[in-house]
Design a protein around this ligand. Structure first.
Ligand SMILES: *[C@@H]1O[C@H](CO)[C@@H](O)[C@H](O)[C@H]1NC(C)=O
Ligand SMILES: *[C@@H]1O[C@H](CO)[C@@H](O)[C@H](O)[C@H]1NC(C)=O
Ligand SMILES: *[C@@H]1O[C@H](CO)[C@@H](O)[C@H](O)[C@H]1NC(C)=O
Ligand SMILES: *[C@@H]1O[C@H](CO)[C@@H](O)[C@H](O)[C@H]1NC(C)=O
Ligand SMILES: *[C@@H]1O[C@H](CO)[C@@H](O)[C@H](O)[C@H]1NC(C)=O
Length: 559
């Protein structure tokens, strides 16, 4: 009898939900076994109450405090399993900071870049179904997320998706593709077969003019390619023999260009356009001091000078769509001696599960020396210590879709960013996961919100003095939730404050009465009140009977 009473008592206490705050955002999965086997679908997404944006729900396979947590993660999720391509910024824990779609276009290469002393979000948008590259424009958004510049390629050509690098001189380096006729008799095609030439254009961002242009076909032979001509090089199928995918400019004013299908990096004289040297591929000019592993990269992307221009990093895909597993996909850091013409491996960055990236991909050295790889076609990014130690490993779609293009992001980079959206914050009164009504607020792109203040008023259009403070919640996720009390005034709004208490903005007022007050919250509160009364009674009876039992036991002992 006593045991049953105790069990009943404990059961009642345990059934009480003591969690005072239900998170509006669902946290990222942490090493979730089912995630990678589609237990949550082929594209698990995070959804919100106050806005209809949808962003990838991450699976954090490996975490480490040495990962750079002060920077945001920038990506452009797209692919067959996604609703529409998007540019997305997430924080270190996978919570949304900002996301946008772009006029039904494909999106690539989201970055933070400096132009004339100010930071801009930059990306490419356009049509990416142009034989592995793109025809579109480069966009620069200011800190208010307003379009600051829309940049195109010069000389009547299309802007390709692969690179848009703003230099310290106020110019931008872009990749451009153009079909030209080439004598292809050496590969068994016509004497004027169509070939995709690849251009570097350096664009003056003030005038839009090209101040420098370089063409691969002026310096490379189609036989330098590792890409079989196959059915290309005839009719309307141009042969993509070179496939330039990144351009860097160093402090000497020279260019470093990466070409996927020649497996080579080309260092180009900034004043003459002449090739200074070639690293990798059929025309490699360097003596590899690491037994071949510093020069045997293949199908690589995103070659950058690093370590004060003493090393070069790249995303070495190693594989492509026709040869998806022939080699390891790795980040590569090589050290060059341009006098002795030697190259040596400085570090390799290899994913703990040895995943491959058959196309696209990125390799970025962070300010603290860590290196982050984005696996392009494969929905994953991994952060390493400078020496190659794996620190953090993240999937943004299930591993079962890797290599199939279900969800991909051309690059994944990390940057600092401060955004002050011109749009006001969004709010809604809606039911939470336990059917309680709550007030939800979010502000797409607002990086400086520290706290949300819930205010109420009997006037929807009154002055600030008419609004009384009701509740305060620290902003920790993208969307913040306030519990509603039945005594709250007719109109409610949320006010965003920064860490010093300065008001950043507020939502439009919501009419608490017209949404739900008149039925659901009151019904729920009544139920809760009844519940509470029953529990109190049960606890009271429990204590009483325990006391009686003790009394009986004591008298039994004494007798
Ligand atoms: C390209 O390479 C082939 C084979 O080495 C050679 O016969 C041809 O002359 C080269 N073409 C050019 C334009 O250099
Ligand atoms: C680039 O070309 C200029 C002009 O001919 C020359 O003075 C310079 O030495 C070249 N740079 C390199 C690294 O070859
Ligand atoms: C970078 O290299 C240049 C040229 O060798 C040198 O003058 C400069 O001090 C270096 N900067 C740093 C931060 O090491
Ligand atoms: C506020 O709204 C009320 C009711 O709609 C209206 O009567 C009043 O004139 C409005 N006041 C202002 C200052 O707009
Ligand atoms: C809103 O509902 C509350 C509680 O039922 C009521 O006191 C208040 O007058 C209502 N406000 C309006 C504008 O009808």
């Amino acid at each position: 009898m006593r045991v049953q009473w105790l069990a009943a008592l404990l059961g009642v206490l345990a059934s009480k939900d003591f969690a005072s705050q239900v998170l509006a955002d669902v946290p990222a999965y942490v090493n979730d076994y089912g995630y990678d086997r589609e237990a949550h679908g082929i594209h698990p997404v995070q959804v919100y109450k106050s806005t209809d944006v949808v962003v990838p729900h991450l699976n954090l396979l490996q975490r480490d405090t040495a990962c750079e947590s002060s920077l945001y993660t920038l990506m452009t999720p797209r692919g067959q399993a996604t609703r529409e391509a998007q540019a997305t910024i997430l924080d270190h824990n996978g919570h949304l900071i900002w996301t946008t779609r772009w006029h039904d276009q494909q999106l690539y290469n989201l970055m933070v870049q400096e132009y004339r002393g100010d930071n801009y979000l930059t990306f490419w948008a356009g049509n990416d179904a142009v034989g592995g590259h793109g025809a579109g424009f480069y966009y620069m958004l200011d800190k208010f997320y307003n379009e600051f510049k829309k940049v195109g390629a010069a000389n009547g050509l299309d802007g390709d998706l692969h690179d848009f690098r703003i230099t310290q001189d106020g110019t931008a380096l872009i990749t451009v593709y153009q079909i030209v006729p080439v004598d292809l008799t050496i590969v068994g095609k016509a004497a004027d077969g169509p070939v995709w030439d690849c251009l570097i254009q350096e664009i003056d961002l003030e005038t839009g003019e090209a101040i420098f242009e370089w063409r691969a076909l002026d310096h490379y032979n189609v036989t330098d390619s590792y890409r079989d001509v196959g059915g290309d090089g005839e009719g309307d199928r141009a042969w993509d023999f070179f496939h330039m995918n990144s351009i860097d400019k160093d402090s000497k004013g020279n260019y470093l260009a990466s070409a996927r299908y020649t497996h080579s990096l080309t260092y180009i004289n900034g004043s003459t356009g002449e090739i200074i040297w070639i690293l990798g591929g059929k025309r490699n000019m360097f003596n590899d001091l690491s037994g071949g592993s510093a020069t045997d990269f293949a199908y690589q992307h995103d070659a950058r000078w690093s370590d004060n221009e003493t090393t070069i990093t790249m995303f070495d895909n190693g594989v492509d769509d026709f040869h998806p597993t022939i080699a390891t996909t790795r980040g590569l850091r090589v050290r060059l001696d341009e006098e002795a013409m030697t190259v040596a491996l400085a570090a390799q960055y290899i994913n703990p599960q040895n995943i491959h990236g058959i196309s696209q991909g990125s390799c970025q050295t962070l300010p603290n020396g860590n290196t982050i790889l984005g696996y392009g076609n494969t929905a994953a990014f991994t952060e390493f210590a400078h020496d190659g130690t794996v620190l953090c490993d993240t999937h943004f779609a299930p591993q079962s879709g890797f290599g199939k293009g279900a969800v991909q992001s051309y690059r994944v980079y990390k940057y600092d960013w401060v955004g002050w959206p011109a749009e006001p914050p969004a709010a809604v009164i809606a039911q939470d996961s336990t059917d309680d009504w709550a007030f939800y607020v979010s502000w797409n792109g607002a990086t400086e919100v520290s706290t949300w203040l819930l205010q109420g008023s009997e006037k929807s259009n009154g002055t600030d003095h008419d609004w009384v403070d009701l509740d305060t919640v620290y902003k920790e996720e993208f969307e913040t939730e306030f519990t509603l009390r039945k005594w709250y005034p007719t109109y409610l709004r949320a006010v965003a404050k920064d860490s010093t208490g300065i008001v950043l903005g507020s939502t439009d007022p919501l009419d608490f009465n017209s949404t739900n007050r008149l039925w659901k919250p009151q019904t729920l509160r009544v139920e809760e009140d009844e519940d509470f009364a029953i529990r109190t009674l049960v606890i009271f009876c429990g204590v009483l009977s325990l006391g009686m039992l003790l009394q009986i036991a004591r008298s039994a002992w004494h007798s």
